[in-house]
Design a protein around this ligand. Structure first.
Ligand code: OKP
Ligand code: ZN
Length: 339
């Protein structure tokens, strides 16, 4: 398993989340990626540091260039110790505003996702990790080999929309990879994070080149609330190329497995040539913000099931917030993928 990480992710350290007007501890902490990296090393996996530099011109199908410039410039303007949270959000007036506070609200959809001096650089490196894995997986595929790679991305990406940050995400790492691979063949994305991958869904909503599937907490119950329902199937050319399976509180291994097999059946019918997996281990029974009941052992079975598709695969890290168990669960998944 080819694994890429970025040791400089620590420089992105959101100080807190604003929930109900209060400062609450931020869940998306540097310890997450450190703990995964340590567990991978302890389990005998080798980690490559990222060397690729993200070329913004190459991701303009995935993200609005004005949004990218906003992220870059806002972060550059901040001092080392400064950060910015949105306060006023876009309302439906049909007007735009260049006021920095208005811009922040225009390009955000929640108050969990601040900008800090190093956020854009770290988010770019996170995306670069995913792209570097994708390049290697593509090369192997072109040589006739269906290999898999894992990108230890932090911050995560699947909530990031074409022109909005939110849900701890700034750049949509999985969508960037799917867009890159789609130049070489049909791509399916499978999002198994606890939360719906709204950004990935919407970025490819009108595309018949990328099939998007997500298994997640019912959005009537959990974040991101405004999408992830079962009747969202895609639009225009993309009609029929999006699949959501919202699930209720307390889902067990066996219940999840049934849904996974059904979803993989739909993915197979699309006949993809590449698979992008958005891996969140916040589906675990002891995740502090989840609500499913998956066990560590199940991640191995989940991964074996997904790997049985036998496709060149890029696994991208998304959520998972139990910093004691994250690494164990990711190792369980990657072990299953390889065997
Ligand atoms: C990001 B990823 C807890 C609220 C948390 C935001 C969840 C973002 C999850 N106070 N809401 O999909 O794991
Ligand atoms: Zn999540």
């Amino acid at each position: 398993m080819y694994i890429v990480h970025s040791p400089t992710h620590q420089r992105h350290q959101p100080p807190y989340e604003i929930f109900n007007g209060e400062q609450t501890p931020h869940n998306e902490v540097p310890a997450r990626a450190d703990q995964i990296a340590n567990a991978l090393t302890a389990a005998g996996y080798g980690l490559e540091p990222v060397r690729l530099e993200l070329d913004l011109a190459e991701i303009e199908n995935v993200h609005d260039s004005n949004y990218l410039q906003f992220l870059k410039l806002t972060c550059e303007e901040l001092k080392e110790s400064e950060y910015r949270y949105p306060s006023v959000f876009l309302y439906r007036s049909g007007r735009e505003s260049g006021n920095p506070l208005a811009q922040l609200g225009n390009y955000s959809f929640d108050m969990y996702t601040p900008l800090l001096h190093d956020t854009f650089e770290v988010a770019s490196q996170s995306a670069a990790c995913a792209l570097q894995v994708a390049q290697t997986v593509l090369q192997a595929a072109q040589a006739g080999e269906a290999t898999a790679g894992y990108a230890l991305c932090r911050p995560p990406g699947h909530h990031a929309e074409f022109n909005q940050m939110g849900g701890y995400c700034y750049l949509n790492n999985a969508a960037i990879v799917a867009n890159f691979l789609s130049a070489h063949g049909r791509v399916a994305t499978l999002d198994v994070d606890f939360h719906h991958g709204n950004g990935t869904q919407h970025i490819f909503y009108e595309s018949d080149r990328v099939f998007t599937a997500s298994i997640h907490a019912d959005p009537d119950w959990k974040f991101p609330f405004f999408s992830g329902y079962g009747d969202e199937r895609g639009r225009g050319k993309g009609r029929g190329y999006n699949l959501n399976r919202p699930l209720q509180h307390g889902v067990t291994d066996d219940e999840y497995q049934q849904v996974l097999e059904e979803v993989l059946g739909h993915i197979s019918s699309f006949r993809p040539e590449f698979l992008v997996v958005s891996l969140g281990v916040d589906t675990h029974e002891s995740d502090p913000i989840g609500g499913f009941r998956l066990t560590t052992a199940y991640y191995t079975r989940m991964a074996k099931t997904i790997a049985s598709m036998n496709l060149p695969s890029v696994i991208v890290q998304e959520g998972g917030y139990n910093t004691k168990l994250l690494g164990t669960n990711v190792v369980a998944f990657l072990d299953g993928f390889e065997h």
